[in-house]
Ligand binder design. Structure first.
Ligand SMILES: N[C@@H](CCC(=O)N[C@@H](CS)C(=O)NCC(=O)O)C(=O)O
Length: 218
């Protein structure tokens, strides 16, 4: 049995959970708070980040959500949806979109911890990160409009749809809980695409929610 170390609000772990659910791969979900001192992440990943996929046969664990997606796509090919188109150029498009979606999640993390600095918060730094959020939203909206179909590349549900869906789910959570970013009103097409993704069973089962961070981290 595989084990995935995850966190309830994590868009990164959510991507892996969605891919494994879509492919009907059984795994144990271990949710934790990676920024608390009792986190198990350093035991498996020197970068101290989750998601981490742990094997029960002694193989070393793997980490980095995009790498775990690649592992799932390669090792479970032929099981459930491929989650990756066949053509090289299409695969490159998929990976390019993943870079943007994951980068927006990284920038949101930086905004979150900048906010936690209270009086030491740098408005310039926060504005720089928020600019990235809005830039990625615009780029994703452009991709939705030019895809001409339901999904972004070759009209096949693939890992870049999962990445953009998880990113938008994270932004929605942040908008609802902290009022940090407004996006859904400005991008009706992107919102429609996101709602279509969220209607999938794999998305519904993994809806993100915030945990209580009780230790000071920044
Ligand atoms: N690039 C990494 C980002 C993972 C990441 O930032 N995970 C957060 C949880 S959402 C984490 O574990 N943070 C702990 C830390 O940065 O120390 C990935 O895609 O897996």
């Amino acid at each position: 049995m595989l084990t995935l170390i995850s966190a309830t609000p994590s868009p990164y772990a959510r991507k892996n959970r969605i891919a494994m659910t879509e492919k009907d791969i059984q795994f144990e979900l271990k949710s934790e708070i990676p920024r608390h001192s009792d986190t198990e992440t350093p035991k498996y990943n020197p970068l101290e980040k989750l998601p981490i996929l742990i094997f029960d046969d002694g193989r070393p664990p793997i980490y980095e959500s995009r790498y775990i997606q690649e592992y799932i796509v390669c090792k479970y090919k032929g099981r459930g949806p491929d989650l990756m188109p066949d053509g090289e150029d299409d695969q490159l498009k998929v990976r390019q979109i993943q870079v943007l979606a994951d980068g927006a999640c990284d920038a949101m993390g930086l905004v979150f911890f900048e906010t936690a600095r209270g009086n030491l918060k740098s408005p310039e730094w926060e504005a720089r990160q928020l600019r990235k959020e809005y830039g990625v939203l615009k780029a994703c909206d452009d991709s939705v409009r030019s895809s001409g179909g339901k999904f972004l590349v070759m009209n096949e549900f693939s890992v870049e749809d999962i990445a953009v869906g998880a990113m938008l789910g994270m932004m929605n959570m942040v908008q609802t809980k902290f009022g940090i970013i407004q996006w859904s009103e400005n991008y009706p097409e992107l919102k429609r695409y996101w709602e279509m993704l969220e209607a999938r069973e794999s998305f519904q089962q993994t809806e993100p929610y915030m945990f209580d961070l009780t230790e000071k981290v920044a």
